[in-house]
Design a protein around this ligand. Structure first.
Ligand code: NAD
Length: 430
């Protein structure tokens, strides 16, 4: 029982950049026009099926109760149970959660896995909370959403600010509420409790597979190709490592500490070893030179640019200066909608986020399948199946872009919306 009754609620933050929902919808509209989507289906696919807002009272370590605001948005479940991560961040905003939920629908459809799209979030700062506070918040959020989550209803996963630890608490709490162990209710779990081999590197691996497939279309040889990678976290560091292993020259990498350049190529094994020994950061790495302005990485002289950090870094202000011939979007939403026409006019090939970073959700899907089977797959099996799905999806999107003479970003939406719209026609409404 809490010893104090003061109730604290985090202030709702304002969006200080391009509204992600509007960015997503402008691309959705372009694809809907190309497909000649009828008004009825357009209306069905545009709106989220369900938006749940919860207020979660949590007793903090000081004995006071603090009320957190949390969301779960189910964009739609036409292809199957909804799938999407949970974000813990001070800047979580309902519009952003809605955009990310829709993104998940298109991402799952583009790689042809039987999931709808969802996203969740809690306005909080996990860095300022103890492990116990985060655990109580996670368990309370799970209880609040126990009728939304479910292995055949809505399957959460980690996102910014959450990881295997939070997924383990969520799985445990949900299992208690239903009275049986339910591993398939959530993915991104620790390996020992039903996580999948190959999940950690899956998104970076998909970025690598997409990059190689795109280079082949551009008639470029990997061994003669240079790359800049923004972000050296899960996605960026794995993408850099796997591209480095394939013989590409990684001339620039960056993280929150700055951007690092080496015209002769950075030894990514050394950069990774340095990062692992220095609190996950590249600060002080001597295998490359610190660039005076980290945003220069985006316009540096390389063949391939892999933004793998945060949203809205390629904008109408820097798009004209990009020198890369190929952009492979490891991050979600790294390119603002206003930059699209500039990039297209320059003839840069873009492998869009909903395709390039879908290796992660693909292996999450494999985790769910394994949990349902009660059987673990080998790493080789995971990798081989994920590579096949990514390559098939790439080819389908590329062929669609050629057929309609449209950029790959819009082609990815065309493939995804067409799949969901066709399924909706068969399933029908009321
Ligand atoms: P992460 O937290 O592991 O890594 C983020 C990296 O970006 C860190 O190296 C950080 O220092 C760096 N960074 C942060 N701000 C930066 C800035 N302004 N400039 C340069 N570097 C900066 O996150 P992650 O899981 O690698 O996710 C990165 C992006 O990929 C996000 O947009 C995420 O939504 C997306 N994504 C991730 C996955 C996944 O499986 N992890 C799947 C799909 C999409």
């Amino acid at each position: 029982m809490a010893t104090a009754t003061a109730v604290y609620k985090e202030p709702a933050p304002k969006l200080d950049r391009e509204n992600p929902l509007e960015s997503m919808m402008s691309r959705f509209d372009s694809a809907a026009d190309i497909l000649g989507l009828d008004d009825e289906t357009y209306e069905v696919l545009k709106a989220a099926d369900k938006q749940v807002i919860v207020h979660i009272p949590v007793t903090m370590d000081n004995g006071k109760v603090r009320v957190f605001e949390g969301y779960r948005v189910i964009h739609n479940t036409i292809l199957g149970p909804s799938k999407g991560g949970i974000r813990y961040d001070q800047h979580v905003h309902l519009d952003e959660v809605k955009a990310l939920a829709a993104w998940m629908t298109w991402k799952c459809a583009v790689v042809d896995i039987p999931y709808g799209g969802a996203k969740g979030g809690i306005i909080c700062n996990p860095l300022e909370m103890s492990a116990g506070e985060v655990e109580r918040l996670t368990r309370a959020y799970t209880v609040a959403l126990k009728d939304v989550f479910g292995p055949d209803r809505d399957i959460p996963a980690p996102d910014m600010g959450t990881g295997p630890r939070e997924m383990a608490w969520l799985m445990d709490e949900f299992s208690k509420t239903v009275g049986m162990t339910s591993p398939a209710v959530v993915t991104g779990k620790p390996l020992v409790m039903g996580g999948s081999l190959g999940r950690t590197e899956a998104t970076g691996r998909g970025v690598m597979t997409s990059t190689l497939a795109a280079l082949a279309k551009l008639n470029m040889q990997p061994e003669n190709t240079s790359v800049a990678v923004q972000g050296f976290g899960n996605v960026g560091s794995w993408a850099a490592k796997l591209l480095f292993d394939k013989g590409l020259k990684i001339k620039a990498v960056s993280d929150i500490s700055g951007a690092y350049w080496n015209a002769d190529g950075i030894n990514i094994d050394e950069a990774l070893a340095y990062k692992n020994a220095h609190n996950g950061r590249l600060e002080g790495f001597s295998g490359a030179t610190l660039m005076p302005d980290p945003s220069e990485l985006l316009i540096c002289d390389v063949d391939v640019l892999v933004p793998a950090a945060v949203e809205d870094v390629i904008t109408e202000h820097n798009a004209a200066d990009i020198k890369a011939k190929l952009i492979v979007e490891g991050a979600n939403g790294p390119t603002s909608a206003s930059a699209d026409p500039i990039i297209n006019d320059k003839g840069i090939l873009v492998v869009p986020d909903i395709l390039a970073n879908s290796g992660g959700v693909t292996v999450s899907y494999f985790e769910w399948v394994q949990n349902k089977q009660g059987f673990k797959w080998s790493l080789d099996m995971v990798t081989e199946r994920a590579d096949r799905i990514m390559t098939d999806a790439f080819n389908k999107v590329y062929d669609t872009s050629q057929k309609y003479k449209i950029p790959m970003r819009i082609a990815a939406y065309v493939v995804a919306i067409d799949k969901v719209a066709q399924t909706y026609k068969y399933r029908g409404g009321f």
